[in-house]
Design a protein. Structure first.
Lengths: 300, 439, 335
C-alpha cells in the first residue's frame, strides 16, 4: 500500500502535527506500519471496487467479481444520466443541502452565541431539549411531520410537502442540535475579553458577534457546515416520503438504478461515485478546519 | 416565573400547531371528497413497468398528449419506483393530498380499499368508463374484497409461465417442457450439473415467495384465508405446499444455493445466461430480451401442476397478476379522472401499452389483437382464462405477503446453508408467521 | 442600529463600566426588556424550527401510540379510537409473537451497538494515536481513512451490498476463491452472517468519525507533558499508556455517547443492505419498527414501539449525561 509510515520529515503547520520529542522505537514504527497498512486496505478496497465496477460493462458486474475489468468502458457514466434524471436530482440536492446548511449554520450561530454568552433562565432547559432531539427515532415523527406540512400548506398556501422548502426546513433542523452544541463549545473557548473589547469600541452584541466571535470561530463554523451539508446530502427516509418527481434528491434518486427489471450495478457504482465526489472532495479539502473546529468545539 | 412564561409560550405554540394537525388531521374529514373544481388538470402516478423510470416516462408521455388533445385535460405524470410507491400512497392517504389517478399492484386492492381513500367503482361509476363487461373476469377478481364495489380497474394483466432455455433442454435430451412438478424435478436433476442448475428462484423476494406459496398451497388444497377472511397460514396443506417449493433448493437440489439471496431479478439474468434452465415468471419476455436472449432461444409453457392439466381448484397454476388503475377519492377532477381511466382502458391504449410492456390487456376486445398472439402471451392468456386465481382479496393481504414471504426467505436461507427442509421446519416458520397476523 | 443594540449587554457581564446617560423610567423598562429578551430573541429561530420539526411531530407521534391507528383509520385520524395502553401492552407482551419479535430485535440491536461502537472506538483511538506523530504519507493516509465517512450513506452501503453477494461478490471471491478460507462460499446478506455484514459495514463507515474526534482530542494534550515525560525516560508506549489514553478520557465520554445514539438508531445501513425485511440475525430495531408501521400500516403499535425505544435511549443517556455535562459546565465557566 501507499504511504508506508515512516518517521521524520515533520510537515510543519499541518493539523495534528505533534512530534514526540524522542524518536519512536522500532517496535512502535513497525506496529504503525502493519496496523496502518491493514486499515488502509480496509478503507480502500470498497472504494476500489466502486471505482472499477463503475468502469465495467454490465455483463462483467453481473458475473463473478474480478479485480481488473475485462474491458474498460465509460458507458455507465453516460447511461446514468438517462436511466434516472440524475441532473435534476443533483440540482435538487445541491439547492436543498446548500440552503439547509446556510440556514442551519446561521441559526446555530445565534443560538450558540446566546447560550455561550448569556446567563438566562431556560438556558439549560434549551440545551438539554435540543440535544435530546438527537434521540428521536425518525420513524416516530416522519408521518406526523408530513401531516403538519400538509396542513400548513392547506391553511396558508405555503407548499411544504413535496417542495424543496419542506426538505430544507427538515434538514436544517436535523443538524441544529449537534451544530449548536458544538458551536457553544467553540464560542466558550473564545475569550470573552475579545467581545467585551469590541463592545467598548461601540459594537452591540450583534456587532461583537459578527466582527469578533464569528471570525474567531471560523474553524468551528466550517466544521458545523460540513456536518450540516453531509446530513442533508445523504438523508433517505424523509426524502422518500416528502419529495416528488421534480423535487427528489440524489440520495433517494439513486435507488432508481435498481429498477423493476434489473440492477444496473455498474451504473449504481458510477452514479454513487458521481454523487459522492462533491461531498468527499469538500470534506477532504476542509478536514483541517474540521479537526480544528472539533478540537475547540467538541472535545475540549 | 420567567421560566413559567416561556414554558407557557411553548405550550401555547405547541397547542396551536397540534390543533391545526388534529383539526384537519387526515384531510378527508369531509366525506365524499371528490369534486370537479379543477377540470383541466390531472395528476397521475404510474408504476414502473419498463426498464427504468425514464423509460416509462418516454412510453407514457405521447399517450398522455393524445389524451390532452382529445379532452383538453393536461396530465401531470409521475412515475414512482416500487420501493417508494406504497409509502407515497400512504402519505397521500393520510393527508388527503395525492394524485387524481394512480396505478396500484392488483394484490394491494383490498388493503387499499380498507383505507377508504380510493373511489369505489360501483355500477354507475363503471358505466362512465364503459361498463364492467369490457374486462376479463379473472382480472376483475383482483380488484377488491368480493361483494364490495371494486376499488380499482384492471390495467395490465400478467400471469406466471414456465420459461425454459431450449438449448439446455436439447443438450439434456429433454423434448418437451414438464407438465407436472415431478417431471420438473426429474428434468431439473438432469439439467443440474457443472455449475448450472435446473431452476432459478427469487428466494429473497417476499412478493415472489408469497405468490408461489399461494399457488403451491392451492395445489395442495389449502387457502390461506377462509371465507370469513380469517388467516390460516400454517395448515398442513400449506406446509406441504411451501415445503415442496422451498424443497426444490433444499431437498431436490435443482436450484443453486445462491438463489436464496436473489431479490432483484437475478434469476431472470441466470436464465438468460444459461446458468439456470427454467424459471417461473410473469411475462419475462421483455426482460429476457433486455438481457440479450433471443425470442427463439427460450420456450414458454404453462406452470406445472401436481398431476393432470391446469384448471381451477387444486389445478391452479398461477396467481392473477397485474396492475390496476384507481381514482383517488379526494380528486378535484372526478369527471376528468374517470375520462382518463376510460382512455387508459380503451382498446387503442390497451394495445399500445400492453404490447410495449409485454403484458396482456385485461380488456376483452383488446386482447383479440394479433399482437398478443405470441407463443409467450398465448400461454399466459390461457392461464389467466382457465387456471389462475386471485390472491386473497382481504385487507390483511400485505401483511400476509410480508410474513409468508419473510418466512420463506428464512427457509431458503436454511436450505442454502445445507439444512434439510423438513415438514417440521416449515411448520415452525409458518406458525410463527401465523401468530403475527392480526387477529 | 447602534442605538438599538447599544445597551443590550445581556445579563452576564455586569462589571462593565457604566457611562450611560441617566435613563428615564420608560427607557429603563425598554432596556430591561431588551437585555433580558435578547438571548431569547437569538434563540427564537432555533426554537421555532425545533418545535416545528422535532417537538410537535414528536408529541403527535406519542399521541399516535395511544390510538388504534390502523389502515382503517389512516385516512381520517380523528376517527381512530383511543386505545389507552393497549398498544403498549401488545408490544411488550413477550409471550406473544409480536412482543417476542420486538424483544429479539432489541437484543440484536444491543449486541450490534456494543460491538460496532466498541470496534469504532478501538479503531479510531488506535489509528489516531499511531498517526499522532508525523511521517511521510500521513496526510494522504488520513484522507483515505476519512473517505468512507464522507461518502453519502446510500453509496457507502450499496458498495457493500454489491461486495457481499453470494455468487459474484468480492468478499466471497477473496475469502473463498483466493484464500480458500471457507469450504463453501458464505451467505452474507441472508441467514446468521447478516449480523457480521451489518457490523462490518457500520464500522467501516463510522470508525473514521471516531478517528476524527480522537485526532481532534489529541491536539488538546499539552506538548510539555510529553517532553517532561521523555526527560524522565518514558518511551512511546509508556507515554501512550500514561499520558495519551488518560487525557482522552473526556473525549471518549462524548464520543461513545454520540456513537451509541447514532448506531442504535441507525436506519440507513440495514435498510439499504437488506431492504424492507431484514433477516432475523440482522433485524435492527429501527427497521423492525419501520416494517411494523409502514409495511403493515399499523401506526399505533409502531409508534408505541418507537416511544419505548425513545424511553430506553433517554434512560441510557440520562445515566450517561451527568458525567459529560458536569465536565462541560466546568469548562464553560472560566473560573
Amino acid at each position: 500500500m501507499r504511504g508506508l509510515p515512516e518517521r521524520g520529515s515533520p510537515e510543519r503547520g499541518s493539523p495534528g502535527t505533534r512530534r514526540l520529542p524522542t524518536a519512536p522505537p522500532r517496535s512502535f514504527v513497525w506496529t504503525r506500519r502493519v496496523v496502518l497498512t491493514l486499515f488502509a486496505v480496509f478503507a480502500a478496497v470498497p472504494v476500489y471496487a466502486m471505482l472499477t465496477s463503475s468502469l465495467k460493462p454490465l455483463a462483467d458486474v453481473q458475473g463473478k467479481f474480478r479485480w481488473f475489468p475485462s474491458e474498460l468502458t465509460v458507458r455507465p457514466y453516460v447511461d446514468i444520466w438517462h436511466t434516472v434524471p440524475l441532473a435534476r436530482y443533483f440540482l435538487n440536492s445541491t439547492i436543498v443541502a446548500s440552503a439547509a446548511t446556510g440556514l442551519s449554520v446561521t441559526i446555530a450561530i445565534f443560538s450558540a452565541y446566546a447560550v455561550s454568552r448569556y446567563r438566562f433562565r431556560g438556558r439549560r432547559l434549551f440545551t438539554v431539549t435540543v440535544l435530546s432531539t438527537q434521540m428521536f427515532p425518525g420513524i416516530l415523527f416522519l408521518l406526523p411531520l408530513f401531516l403538519i406540512y400538509v396542513n400548513i400548506g392547506n391553511a396558508t398556501g405555503i407548499a411544504l410537502y413535496g417542495s424543496r422548502a419542506g426538505l430544507i426546513l427538515t434538514y436544517l433542523t436535523f443538524s441544529l442540535p449537534f451544530s449548536i452544541w458544538m458551536l457553544v463549545g467553540y464560542f466558550d473557548s473564545i475569550p470573552r475579553g475579545l467581545d467585551e473589547a469590541a463592545r467598548v469600541d461601540g459594537c452591540g452584541p450583534v456587532g461583537a458577534l459578527l466582527r469578533v466571535v464569528i471570525p474567531a470561530a471560523t474553524p468551528g463554523i466550517v466544521a458545523v457546515a460540513i456536518y450540516a451539508f453531509m446530513t442533508a446530502w445523504s438523508e433517505v427516509l424523509f426524502a422518500s416520503v416528502m419529495t416528488n418527481d421534480t423535487t427528489r434528491t440524489l440520495a433517494v434518486g439513486l435507488r432508481g438504478y435498481s429498477t423493476q427489471n434489473d440492477v444496473y450495478w455498474n451504473q449504481v457504482m458510477a452514479a454513487s461515485l458521481v454523487v459522492s465526489v462533491p461531498v468527499v472532495a469538500g470534506f477532504l479539502l476542509l478536514q483541517r478546519y474540521l479537526v480544528a473546529g472539533l478540537t475547540a468545539g467538541a472535545v475540549k | 416565573m420567567r421560566r413559567l412564561r416561556i414554558a407557557g409560550a411553548t405550550v401555547a405554540a405547541t397547542t396551536v400547531l397540534l390543533a391545526t394537525v388534529s383539526a384537519c388531521g387526515g384531510g378527508t374529514t369531509t366525506s365524499g371528497g371528490a369534486g370537479n373544481d379543477k377540470p383541466t388538470t390531472l395528476t397521475y402516478w404510474a408504476t414502473n413497468q419498463g426498464s427504468s423510470l425514464e423509460d416509462d416516462k418516454r412510453v407514457l408521455t405521447p399517450e398522455l398528449r393524445k389524451f390532452e388533445q382529445q379532452t383538453g385535460i393536461h396530465v401531470n405524470l409521475e412515475v414512482i419506483g416500487w420501493p417508494d410507491l406504497l409509502n407515497r400512497i400512504l402519505a397521500a392517504t393520510s393527508s388527503g393530498q395525492g394524485p387524481d389517478v394512480l396505478n396500484i399492484g392488483n394484490t394491494w386492492s383490498a388493503s387499499l380499499q380498507a383505507t377508504g381513500a380510493l373511489l369505489p367503482f360501483d355500477d354507475a361509476t363503471f358505466a362512465k368508463i364503459g361498463g364492467k363487461e369490457r374486462f376479463v373476469a379473472s382480472a376483475l377478481g383482483s380488484t377488491g374484497t368480493p361483494g364490495k364495489a371494486p376499488t380499482a380497474v384492471p390495467l395490465y394483466s400478467l400471469a406466471y409461465g414456465l420459461y425454459y432455455n431450449k438449448q439446455r433442454f436439447k443438450e439434456a435430451g429433454i423434448t418437451k417442457p414438464p407438465a407436472t412438478w415431478a417431471e420438473l424435478v426429474a428434468y431439473g436433476k438432469k439439467l443440474t450439473r457443472g455449475g448450472r442448475y435446473g431452476l432459478a428462484i427469487e428466494g429473497a423476494n417476499n412478493s415472489e415467495n408469497a405468490h408461489h406459496a399461494f399457488v403451491f398451497a392451492k395445489q395442495h388444497g389449502a387457502d390461506f384465508f377462509d371465507a370469513a377472511g380469517k388467516a390460516r397460514l400454517d395448515s398442513p396443506q400449506a406446509v406441504e405446499g411451501v415445503k415442496q417449493y422451498v424443497g426444490f433448493m433444499g431437498n431436490d437440489k435443482i436450484v443453486a444455493p445462491g438463489n436464496a439471496e436473489y431479490a432483484q431479478n437475478e434469476s431472470v439474468t441466470d436464465l438468460a445466461k444459461g446458468k439456470a434452465a427454467m424459471l417461473l415468471w410473469q411475462a419475462a419476455g421483455r426482460q429476457l430480451k433486455a438481457r440479450g436472449m433471443k425470442a427463439g432461444d427460450y420456450g414458454v409453457a404453462p406452470v406445472p401442476v401436481q398431476s393432470g392439466t391446469p384448471g381451477q381448484g387444486t389445478s391452479v397454476n398461477s396467481m392473477v397478476a397485474g396492475i390496476n388503475i384507481a381514482v383517488f377519492k379526494n380528486t378535484r377532477n372526478l369527471d376528468g379522472a374517470l375520462k382518463f381511466v376510460r382512455f387508459m382502458t380503451s382498446d387503442a391504449e390497451q394495445k399500445a401499452l400492453n404490447s410495449t410492456y409485454g403484458s396482456l390487456p385485461p380488456v376483452i376486445s383488446a386482447q383479440q389483437d394479433p399482437a398478443f398472439n405470441t407463443p409467450e402471451l398465448t400461454v399466459l392468456r390461457g392461464a389467466l382464462a382457465d387456471s389462475a386465481a386471485p390472491l386473497p382479496q382481504v385487507a390483511d393481504e400485505s401483511q400476509f405477503e410480508e410474513l409468508i414471504g419473510t418466512a420463506m426467505k428464512d427457509l431458503f436461507a436454511d436450505a442454502a446453508a445445507g439444512r434439510p427442509i423438513t415438514t417440521e421446519a416449515v411448520r415452525k416458520r409458518l406458525a410463527e408467521a401465523q401468530q403475527q397476523m392480526p387477529k | 442600529m447602534s442605538t438599538a443594540v447599544r445597551p443590550g449587554v445581556g445579563s452576564q457581564p455586569q462589571h462593565r463600566p457604566q457611562h450611560r446617560p441617566r435613563p428615564t423610567s420608560r427607557s429603563l423598562l425598554l432596556e430591561r426588556v431588551r437585555r433580558l429578551g435578547l438571548p431569547y430573541l437569538f434563540l427564537v429561530p432555533a426554537l421555532v424550527m425545533e418545535l416545528l420539526v422535532h417537538i410537535v411531530p414528536m408529541v403527535v407521534g406519542i399521541t399516535m401510540s395511544f390510538k388504534e391507528l390502523t389502515r382503517f383509520f389512516i385516512s381520517d385520524w380523528s376517527r381512530a379510537p383511543w386505545a389507552g395502553l393497549d398498544n403498549y401492552r401488545f408490544v411488550i407482551d413477550v409471550n406473544r409473537p409480536v412482543g417476542a419479535a420486538l424483544l429479539r430485535s432489541f437484543g440484536v440491536t444491543c449486541a450490534f451497538t456494543v460491538i460496532a461502537v466498541g470496534l469504532c472506538w478501538l479503531f479510531g483511538v488506535t489509528v489516531a494515536i499511531l498517526m499522532q506523530d508525523t511521517f511521510r504519507g500521513r496526510g494522504g493516509l488520513r484522507a483515505l481513512f476519512l473517505t468512507p465517512y464522507a461518502l453519502p450513506t446510500y453509496a457507502a452501503v450499496i458498495i457493500w451490498a454489491f461486495m457481499f453477494q453470494h455468487d459474484n461478490g468480492l468478499v466471497n471471491h477473496v475469502l473463498h476463491d483466493q484464500l480458500g478460507l471457507t469450504g463453501e462460499p458464505s451467505f452474507w446478506l441472508i441467514g446468521d452472517n447478516s449480523f457480521v455484514a451489518l457490523v462490518v459495514v457500520s464500522v467501516w463507515r463510522t470508525w473514521p468519525f471516531a478517528f476524527l474526534i480522537v485526532m481532534a482530542g489529541l491536539q488538546t494534550i499539552s506538548k510539555e507533558l510529553y517532553e517532561a515525560s521523555s526527560i524522565d525516560g518514558a518511551g512511546v508506549w509508556q507515554q501512550i499508556r500514561y499520558i495519551t489514553l488518560p487525557a482522552l478520557r473526556p473525549v471518549n465520554q462524548v464520543l461513545v455517547l454520540v456513537l451509541f445514539l447514532w448506531t442504535f438508531n441507525d436506519f440507513n445501513v440495514p435498510y439499504v443492505l437488506f431492504g424492507k425485511s431484514a433477516p432475523s440475525a440482522g433485524d435492527l430495531i429501527s427497521v423492525h419498527i419501520y416494517q411494523r408501521s409502514f409495511v403493515t400500516w399499523n401506526f399505533g403499535t409502531g409508534s408505541a414501539m418507537s416511544v419505548l425505544l425513545l424511553l430506553f435511549l433517554l434512560v441510557v443517556t440520562g445515566l450517561y449525561l451527568p458525567l459529560t455535562s458536569r465536565r462541560r459546565r466546568r469548562d464553560a465557566r472560566p473560573s
